[in-house]
Design a protein around this ligand. Structure first.
Ligand code: 6PG
Length: 253
């Protein structure tokens, strides 16, 4: 069973997750000389990014940290819906991070399938631990939508069944995406190979799906966050706030 840590509001959740991420980064750099992080999009992570930025550049070995994304919308990097833009405004620009260590998904590409393949190739080149070939992140940050999706693994979409590709263009038609669109997303095999997988989930609108994902019957096509479980010896922790945890049956720490 995954570990669930409950906090009194998003700010406390974000501070605890940031503190743990700092420790994980230092451990990864000490052990392997680098730390590769896949960031989540959406709105929840923004507070954590702001907390990291407020620590100042000297708080972390940014010259050893590579930033990636778990998914991206098929929009330009300066579009209001861009996950990259949110991160740039909250973290990248305030710390003036070196673009050479920022691995953006090309959401603006005319061919999302080609952009997904290019990102997979970049990931495998940088992170595949031979002979496995699966890219191994040190840290994967995930959010969860009110429909139980994570990254851009939306209910009843083709990407859920992907067992060999690591990045795909996923056709999505959901009220959450303002109608039919294509998302570029890491797949469960890529996310699950990570050493440390962390969900950040806050808000009352997440209470029902969170209870379904954690306490409900296994139904990953309906609740894709259930696809997330460490596959290569990593660990999974859910950072949740009180409002999101309201309907949970099992214990939280
Ligand atoms: C995205 C995210 C997505 C997000 C959830 C939760 O591109 O939107 O990757 O998976 O984490 O939709 O979003 P909120 O944090 O805004 O609730």
């Amino acid at each position: 069973m995954a570990e669930v840590r409950k906090f009194d509001g998003l700010d406390a959740l974000s501070r605890a997750a940031a503190d743990e991420l700092v420790a994980i980064i230092h451990e990864a750099v000490a052990a392997r000389g680098a730390c590769n992080i896949a960031l989540s999009g959406g709105s929840t992570p923004k507070r954590l990014f702001q907390i990291l930025a407020a620590m100042g550049k000297d708080a972390l070995p940014w010259d050893r940290i590579q930033l990636w994304w778990g998914d991206e919308r098929t929009v330009a990097p300066d579009h209001a819906d861009s996950n990259y833009r949110m991160t740039r405004e909250a973290l990248l620009d305030p710390l003036a991070l070196d673009p050479a260590r920022i691995h953006r998904i090309r959401g603006e590409a005319a061919d999302p399938g080609a952009a997904a393949q290019a990102y997979e190739d970049e990931l495998v080149r940088a992170l595949a631990e031979l002979p496995l070939k699966v890219p191994v992140f040190d840290y994967v940050m995930l959010g969860m939508g009110p429909d139980g999706h994570t990254a851009s693994l939306f209910p009843n979409t083709p990407a859920l069944a992907e067992t060999s590709r690591f990045v795909v263009a996923n056709p999505v038609d959901s009220p959450l995406t303002k109608g039919p669109t294509t998302r570029i997303t890491l797949t469960a095999p890529a996310l699950n190979a990570a050493r440390h997988i962390r969900f950040l989930v806050g808000g009352a609108d997440k209470a029902e799906p969170l209870a379904q994902v954690l306490d409900g019957a296994r139904a990953p096509d309906t609740y894709p966050s259930q696809l997330i479980e460490p596959s290569h010896g990593g660990d999974l922790v859910w950072f949740v706030d009180d409002a999101a945890a309201r309907l949970l049956e099992k214990g939280t720490s």
